[in-house]
Design a protein around this ligand. Structure first.
Ligand SMILES: [Zn+2]
Length: 416
């Protein structure tokens, strides 16, 4: 093989890594435009979608974006959660701003006073009959490809006054109480930065997971050439990625897609929270070392929080911003919104490349998703598979619809 040919091959490989292989529906930007509820200058509120659960608690969540000068939804992102009311019954509701980071909520860590009070707010236990909780996200993906990442999750004063004004004008909310809590989270420190990534010093999280005290480490990595940009590596052992025996003998691995409605607001309509917690449980039980690679920007199977919220309306059945329909399953709902058969634009080659960069040679992958297996194999990693066993009665229909699609294994074995 001559040198020129080798350069060509490496050139093509490099290009492939840089260019996103994402086929968006042709009219995706028109769809996103129609999901906007209110727009003024760089302030955009999306219609959002319902949150299923018990009679009390969060009923609806609207994503809010403050755009940058290029009109990308990347300056600041907030979520407006209507508690014990819907947006058409919110008159008189009190507004509260909370300050709590995404990952604390996703762990459901009752050892964290911030989370304990946030959880009680979401359950609808505040003294007022109905109220609105506004949270600033530290990572958000309202629609593809704009991904917002911030090191800070405190609400900004100017943003707050704009959101309060918007709520008063549109939903007859009556007042705003003082901020509910202030996060005491330690500041994130960069461990190293190179051409490909910024890697942060692992954060230790003590949690009362599954009724027992456990300790996890969370390493945040911002991948500079990756379309999903941010990855959290969750492990029990702070030094798991320097354990060469574990990396070559078979690391338990879960590639976990983020979900705002399920993992932050406890929506009963999907099993994303259960999948994450089942993987955390697997880490605590596994005799071999393991990691979860959590990918927040994969929300809505990569399309983002706002379009995904619209599909949640179609799943219940009723009138959304674009369509009115009888109840659909999760796949049909996405196909109706996007007008095409492809309901999943997530890619896993970035996560696989990160595993390669971390010298991972062999994994036992917790998954039912064929694409995750393929991405790791394509990256040269040896893959054994362990099927997932999430059982959630409230959304068994949702789980089955996924498994019936060509992307998923639909049998009771661990075969690939
Ligand atoms: Zn979900």
């Amino acid at each position: 093989m001559n040198k020129r040919f080798l350069i060509l091959i490496f050139g093509a490989f490099f290009l492939q890594e840089q260019v996103a292989d994402i086929k968006l529906p042709q009219n995706f930007s028109t769809i996103v435009e129609k999901l906007i509820f209110f727009k003024k200058n760089n302030f955009k509120v999306f219609y959002g979608g319902p949150i299923g659960g018990s009679d009390k608690g969060v009923k609806w969540v609207m994503p809010v974006a403050f755009e940058d000068e290029l009109h990308k939804t990347t300056r600041a992102v907030y979520e407006i959660a209507f508690v014990n009311c819907n947006f058409d019954t919110a008159d008189g509701a009190e507004i509260m701003f909370v300050d709590i980071c995404d990952i604390d909520i996703k762990f459901k860590n009752m050892f964290s006073p911030d989370y304990a009070s946030f959880a009680s707010l979401l359950r609808g236990e505040y003294i007022h009959e109905k109220y609105i909780v506004v949270r600033r996200a530290d990572v958000a993906h309202i629609y593809y490809p704009d991904i917002f990442i911030s090191a800070d999750h405190s609400p900004h004063v100017e943003d707050k006054s704009q959101i309060i004004h918007f709520l008063h004008e549109n939903f007859k909310t009556k007042n705003c109480s003082k901020d509910c809590n202030t996060s005491l989270r330690e500041k994130q420190v960069i461990a190293y930065e190179n051409d490909f990534e910024i890697s942060y010093v692992p954060l230790k999280v003590q949690t009362n997971f599954h009724g027992e005290a456990h300790q996890f480490f969370i390493t945040k990595k911002v991948r500079k050439n990756d379309i999903w940009k941010l990855y959290y590596i969750i492990s029990r052992d702070e030094n798991v990625l320097t354990n060469s025996a574990a990396l070559s003998e078979g690391l338990l691995l879960r590639l976990d897609s983020g979900c705002v409605s399920g993992q932050i607001y406890n929506d009963s309509a999907c099993d994303c929270l259960d999948q994450l917690h089942s993987a955390l449980h697997a880490l605590t039980e596994s005799p071999s070392a393991g990691i979860i690679v959590h990918i927040p920007a994969h929300d809505g199977r990569g399309f983002g929080t706002a379009p995904k919220a619209e599909t949640e309306i179609y799943k219940i059945g009723g009138k959304g911003r674009l369509h009115t329909t009888a109840p659909l399953d999760t796949v049909q709902a996405a196909q109706l919104l996007y007008g095409c058969s492809d309901f999943d634009i997530r890619t896993f080659d970035g996560a696989a490349q990160m595993c390669v960069d971390a010298n991972i040679k062999k994994v036992i992958l917790l998954t039912d998703n064929k694409q995750k297996v393929q991405a790791l194999k394509d990256a040269g990693i040896e893959v054994l598979r362990q099927k997932t066993d999430t059982v959630k009665e409230a959304c068994s229909h949702h789980i089955q619809a996924k498994k019936n699609s060509p992307y998923y294994y639909n049998d009771e074995t661990n075969q690939i």
